[in-house]
Ligand binder design. Structure first.
Ligand code: SF4
Length: 243
């Protein structure tokens, strides 16, 4: 058994088991892993950090010009400091699509500045511990937003797991949530999570406990294997090198 009832489940852990149970087990057992290309993940972190910084300094009722100028200044500065190379088009798309989303929101939402940003939250629901980071939440609009800087263009199972965990956790803090939005900054799409139930997430977590009980962590080969730090160990396991 590699987990206890005290374990805290994050959306990314639940999604790792969903994508490849063997990879999750390897994480839990701290198996050695190879370094994979982190440039896209680093680019995503710079965009997230810049958005959080933007919300700290922007006025409660800014103009569209202030939104554009302030975000451009912050993202350009952070991008330069990060030393990221060859991803300028990703930076430019994230910048223009974030600014477009914010300008539209300024005219249509009840509250411009979020109630909180990049908030770590933990809670127990029905005997299961969850933890998550919420990118941004607006109480008057009862809305959670998660920024995506990769190739997302539709809501799949992993976004429903992530969105529903964030919704459950924020609601457990007595804050209303009517909408969970994923903003695909690379292509400029606003995606709203379809109705999802608590039972959907709970069933996923229960299946992890069951896998643990049975020690059932099979390898699941998908396109994600190219980004997996355990790819060499995974390919070599149970092979005898001297025969
Ligand atoms: S290489 Fe693929 S199958 Fe192997 S652990 Fe990683 S994700 Fe799973």
């Amino acid at each position: 058994m590699i987990i206890t009832r005290e374990h805290f489940f994050s959306p990314s852990q639940i999604n790792t088991v969903e994508n490849c149970p063997y990879q999750w087990k390897s994480d839990r057992l701290h198996h050695p892993r190879i370094t994979t290309d982190m440039k896209y993940a680093n680019a995503g972190s710079v965009v997230h950090q810049s958005i959080a910084e933007f919300y700290k300094v922007i006025d409660q009722e800014p103009t569209k010009g202030t939104i554009k100028g302030t975000f451009k200044l912050i993202l350009d500065r952070n991008w330069k400091a990060s030393g990221l190379k060859g991803l300028d088009s990703r930076r430019d798309k994230s910048m223009s699509n974030f600014i477009k989303f914010e300008c539209k929101r300024l005219d249509t939402w009840k509250q411009y500045k979020p109630t909180f940003v990049e908030q770590r939250m933990k809670v127990m629901i029905n005997g299961i511990n969850y933890h998550t980071i919420v990118d941004a939440y607006w109480e008057k609009d009862a809305t959670i937003v998660d920024w995506k800087t990769g190739n997302l263009n539709s809501i799949g199972v992993s976004e429903r797991i992530q969105g529903q965990v964030m919704k459950m956790v924020v609601e457990a803090y007595k804050k209303p949530v009517e909408r969970v939005m994923f903003i695909a900054l690379k292509i400029g799409l606003d995606l709203t999570m379809p109705a999802t139930t608590y039972g959907f997430v709970e069933a996923k977590v229960k299946s992890i406990f069951e896998r643990d009980r049975l020690n059932d962590f099979p390898k699941k080969r998908t396109s994600l294997c190219s980004w997996c730090g355990y790819s060499i160990r995974c390919a070599m396991e149970k092979r005898c090198l001297w025969m």
